[in-house]
Design a protein around this ligand. Sequence first.
Ligand code: ATP
Ligand code: MG
Length: 299
Amino acid sequence: VQGGRDRLRIAIQKSGRLADPARALLTSCGLSWRESRDRLFCYGESLPIDLLLVRDDDIPGLIRDGVCDLGVVGRNVLAEQDIALRRDQGASAFREWRSLGFGGCRLSIAIPETWEWSGAAQLAGLRIATSYPAILGDWLREQGVDAGVVELSGSVEIAPKLGQADAICDLVSSGATLAANQLKPTVTLLESEAVLAGPVKPFEDSRAALAELLLRRLDGVLRMRHSKLLMFQASREAVPGLLPLLPDAESPTVMQIDGGDGLALQALCHGAVTWQRLEELKRAGARGLLVLPVEGMLA
Ligand code: ATP
Ligand code: MG
């Protein structure tokens, strides 16, 4: 596959934790593809934006080499490869363009359950198994701790049991995998989630406009995910007491009710519209409250 100039190519994980949410997010940006799930390449139909389905570890390298223009990958993978690249080449080739709000997890140090955690200094002289040697190495240096780093590509959590390491540095979400291996998480080195990764330098051909269009839609989708349109009626006197109760609302639209003396209000709320919040609004004089999901938004 050749690096196109007038089409944009996005690398996403072929299968795994980020595969479906990445595709769903791009679909909600209005992208569609002529595709077959088992093939590695999906040809963009609604826009000249194609997908390449790959292993997540390959995504930063594909961007660096210009094989792909953008990618959806965990911050953990991007950060690890960026540190390694900067160490070897002295410069970054890719960076985080947007954080995407899914695939959340932490890169943490975990120690045997029976140990008491007293801080980073405790790791001195120990062996720590990880798939993230660059992030861990940087962190140990920052902490001024001299520890051994045992690089493993998988099954890091069983390394202490196998006697390969004393502690580990691995991704944690619920902590269930750690607990099943008699380990407990301690300090967090990196808060991770899926990100849109792109090159450090902006595009200089027609991909620039495509990338900009995609980013604008993406920002709209990300913002509206937690947004609701709130509609209700109230008397003119109640309005000043109601406005402070609207969760992170943009300035509401206030309309005169035809033939009545009340007002109709509609507000786009970016915070959580909880039952409690609705009840507070009702007590403060709101009537006929309606909460509507937002389908699209273009600022
Ligand atoms: P591939 O075959 O593409 O290399 P993988 O096994 O490396 O897949 P997954 O396990 O699907 O990758 O994880 C992909 C990403 O999901 C991780 O890099 C991380 O950013 C994120 N993630 C979220 N929660 C977790 C978790 N509990 N454990 C591991 N990764 C997680
Ligand atoms: Mg992987």
